[in-house]
Design a protein around this ligand. Structure first.
Ligand code: DHB
Length: 472
């Protein structure tokens, strides 16, 4: 059914001209003199730092924009730290993606760096904050203009803009590090995995992206919500037997999805660390526990003062602690975390989650993107997701590109999550880690104990990591 995004769209359409055809072509030149000078005080572990920087705000990064509120970026260039001038000409460039829920980022409203941006400026890095379209974008005539793959196309265009202006732009465009959390983490992973892939070419041409490469040097993904077409299966593998606040989900459907996950996991053919062998639905509990959860809990408990550790262990009797080593059953850990979402967790039958909304099109707000949900709601056991949707799903999934292993895939990956994140299964990010490790990438992975969705207990660790990977 066709759904316009504004009820009064027909009336509005007669009053306004669609933004998509009213804006003039813009020269994609970076104007070095067009900045304001700002100063901020940044708290770091080595004390307060006063950072003075040039702020270049709201620069359109494509020559044929659909909406410059979104298809624009900010650049912050540090010029002095605690009064001492610095030379940012070859500094790393942090590409700071603010997307959440696969929704748009309105760059016209962003005037200041994020906390990660602040820390990066205090370390002398250049910071770029791009806007981009998202599933919520809707024009005056009732057209959705930010459905998949708009966000990734925009972010690639922003990277191309930076490289197109590499001579004028302070910072080293061969040291671009993308970062984002959740949907932003998925987009960061996609930038790292899909550089210059020809699937995006017509979309990039349509909006007038600069003719330059869109590869990134490194990518940081906090709680990445990726591998969307397999996320429902993975969610049931992890949370299928854990009640939501309104009880257990349909156990028969949950079992079907779990069984699909077993097959999918085998098809990935991923090898675990240290000769662990093939990662399967059966051994994944052990793998997560041994390689990620126990180390995380060990650090947490060892760093807690004695009295707090004792209290924590008393409150969490499912954890044993002997000679400085904790242990627990995976199922008790999952009970501790709890289930957040219903079934299916992503391609929900009511199409109200961000993901079916992401896979809508210009005239349809939300579409199913898995055969499982399409078959269930259409009551047609032979129904298949259309080829067009399947292609869009691929274009939003870092795994699709990693599997094909083409183009310039980022060499350095920083993956972070919280152990209590229940927005997606822990297997999603750890599969990403395993895939990249199997490809001999430099992967730094950690899951913060009791950390939630987008947890970041070590923001300066990330800043130091950037310094390490860009040093030579
Ligand atoms: C985000 C969270 C979700 O649970 C999801 O399905 C998609 C995106 C987010 O926080 O960006």
């Amino acid at each position: 059914m066709e759904q316009k995004c504004l009820l009064s769209s027909l009336i509005l359409a007669s009053l306004f001209i669609s933004t998509s055809c009213s804006q003039p072509k813009k020269a994609l030149r970076f104007e070095t003199g067009n900045f304001t000078e700002e100063t901020r005080t940044v708290q770091t572990s080595s004390g307060e730092k006063e950072v003075t920087y040039k702020a270049y705000l709201h620069i359109p990064y494509v020559s044929n924009p659909v909406d410059t509120d979104y298809q624009s970026l900010n650049i912050y260039v540090p010029i002095s730290i605690n009064g001492s001038p610095i030379d940012p000409s070859s500094a790393p460039i942090l590409f700071d993606i603010a997307v959440g829920g696969f929704m748009s980022v309105n760059n016209a409203k962003v005037k200041e760096p994020s906390y990660r941006g602040d820390l990066s400026l205090a370390a002398g890095y250049v910071v770029v904050a791009p806007g981009c379209r998202g599933w919520d974008n809707c024009s005056a005539d009732g057209t959705y203009y930010g459905k998949a793959p708009a966000a990734i196309v925009d972010l690639k265009s922003a990277i191309r803009y930076l490289r197109h202006n590499e001579r004028e732009l302070p910072g080293n465009t061969e040291h671009i590090i993308s970062v984002g959390c959740s949907a932003g983490g998925a987009l960061s992973a996609l930038l790292g995995a899909s550089a210059n892939n020809s699937l995006f070419t017509p979309y990039l041409e349509e909006i007038g992206a600069a003719d330059a490469s869109d590869h990134v040097f490194a990518t940081a993904c906090y709680s990445p919500i990726t591998d969307l077409e397999h996320a429902d299966m993975a969610y049931e593998w992890m949370f299928g037997s854990t009640p939501t606040s309104s009880g257990l989900v349909d156990q028969e459907l949950s079992e079907q999805l779990k069984s699909d996950f077993s097959k999918y996991q085998l098809s990935l053919n991923l090898q675990g660390k240290d000769g662990f062998g093939l990662l399967t639905a059966e051994n994944y509990r052990d793998y997560l526990t041994t390689y990620y959860l126990v180390p995380s809990l060990t650090k947490f408990l060892n760093e807690s003062p004695n009295i707090q550790r004792e209290e924590y262990l008393k409150r969490n009797a499912w954890i044993t602690w002997e000679n400085g080593s904790p242990n627990f059953k995976f199922d008790d850990y999952v009970t501790h975390v709890g289930r957040l979402k219903g079934l299916p967790a992503f391609d929900d039958f009511g199409k109200g989650q961000p993901e079916p909304l992401l896979f809508g099109n210009e005239i349809t707000n939300a579409r199913h993107f898995t055969d499982f949900s399409l078959r269930h709601t259409s009551k047609n056991i032979d129904a298949n997701v259309e080829e067009e949707v399947r292609k869009l799903v691929n274009m939003m999934n870092a795994f699709y590109f990693l599997k094909n292993n083409e183009g310039e895939i980022a060499q350095h990956w920083w993956l972070r999550n919280g152990t209590s994140d229940n927005h997606t299964s822990q297997t999603v990010m750890i599969n990403l880690a395993a895939k990249l490790e199997n490809m001999n990438k430099n992967v730094d992975t950690w899951i913060f104990w009791d950390g939630d969705h987008c947890a970041d207990n070590d923001p300066e660790g990330f800043i130091t990591w950037i310094e390490t990977i860009t040093r030579d």
